[in-house]
Design a protein around this ligand. Structure first.
Ligand code: GDD
Length: 304
């Protein structure tokens, strides 16, 4: 089991994590028997379904696997909850990828037009979540989250690829950073803020669906420009476009409207795009054996 991202929680000082101790169980989104048994024995108050094949590009190569885990896997979990009749609250990790070609600003009423097997599977899972709420009265919420990043982001997603790539260049282990489509635009927030929104949804009186976004948009080109300039480099000297990273169909233009989350949940993003990129750079520079302050200085990242 891959536990690299949670190991530190188990060893953290107990007073910092009062009540946050956890027990790990094996589970697989393609195995309904196991999921049923887990939900029956654990009797959870809340389930956050973050399990997925979450790489959009890979979903074009593995469309059936992606549909099975991300789409049908959600149905298996919903069925397991329904079978117990215990009122377990359910959070579904829906995504801005469901909007696909629909132009911004995207809110809860914007139509879905997914552009990848991943997006299609997530639309199915989203509507199953809504359906189980309407048909069986499950406390089921769908959080339509725009891209959210942190130093724990997988290495193949574009923000982390850029911050790790910069660390590799500064460390002398690489000369260039190869990226795909520089023209697509994303609305990036910090995962820490977005996880808080997930939790808030399940603490409401009534289940509902919410868009979680910052409402600010950057292109991949701007991401590269900002991140390289933070360490005093000109991105154009290092970034090369490589067709291998282009997708058969991409989502060109995402920018969410989080008004409902703001008004109903009282949720607001706390971390700016620049603060987030700086935090990721700091982490990746240190991981590469470099001293972050040498490259980032004491620059204030507070300005957005
Ligand atoms: N991964 C990647 N690698 N993307 C690149 C690259 C590259 O080298 N070069 C350009 N891009 C572009 C992609 O074509 C896409 O338009 C954009 O950068 C963002 O790609 P990702 O970081 O891979 O994220 P994503 O937007 O496809 O999907 C992520 O966010 C969704 C919304 O929250 C994933 O985390 C999804 O699972 C999630 O649903």
């Amino acid at each position: 089991m891959n536990r690299g991202r949670i190991d530190h929680l188990e060893h953290a000082h107990p007073t910092h994590l009062a009540g946050a101790r956890f027990t790990l169980h094996y589970g697989d989104m393609t195995d309904s028997g196991g999921l049923n048994r887990l939900v029956m024995t654990v009797e959870p108050d809340e389930i956050y379904n973050l399990a997925a094949q979450s790489q959009v590009h890979i979903s074009f190569d593995q469309p059936e696997y992606t549909g099975n885990t991300d789409g049908l896997g959600t149905t298996r979990l919903l069925e397991a909850i329904r079978a117990t009749g215990r009122g377990t609250r359910f959070y579904q990790a829906s995504t801005s990828e469901m909007f696909g070609l629909t132009p911004p600003p995207q809110n809860e009423s914007a139509p879905f037009h997914p552009r990848s097997p991943y997006g299609v599977a997530k639309v199915y899972a989203h509507w199953m979540t809504v359906n189980y709420r309407e048909a069986y009265g499950l406390f089921a919420c769908s959080g339509i989250l725009f891209n959210h990043e942190s130093p724990r982001r997988g290495e193949n997603f574009v923000t982390r690829k850029v911050t790790r790539g910069i660390a590799a260049i500064l460390g002398g282990r690489s000369e260039k950073l190869r990226l795909g489509n520089l023209e697509s635009k994303r609305d990036w927030g910090h995962a820490r803020d977005y996880v808080e929104a997930m939790w808030m949804m399940l603490q409401q009186e009534k289940p509902d669906d919410y868009v979680i976004a910052t409402g600010i948009q950057w292109s991949i080109r701007q991401l590269a420009e900002v991140a390289f300039s933070m360490v005093g480099l000109d991105w154009q000297e290092y970034v090369e476009v490589d067709k291998a990273y282009f997708r058969p169909a991409d989502v060109p233009d995402l920018c969410g409207d989080p008004q409902k989350a703001r008004e109903v949940l009282g949720w607001r993003p706390k971390t700016s795009f620049r603060e987030m990129i700086e935090e990721m750079l700091e982490f990746d520079l240190a991981a590469a054996g470099l001293t972050p302050a040498t490259y980032l200085g004491d620059r204030s990242a507070k300005a957005s």
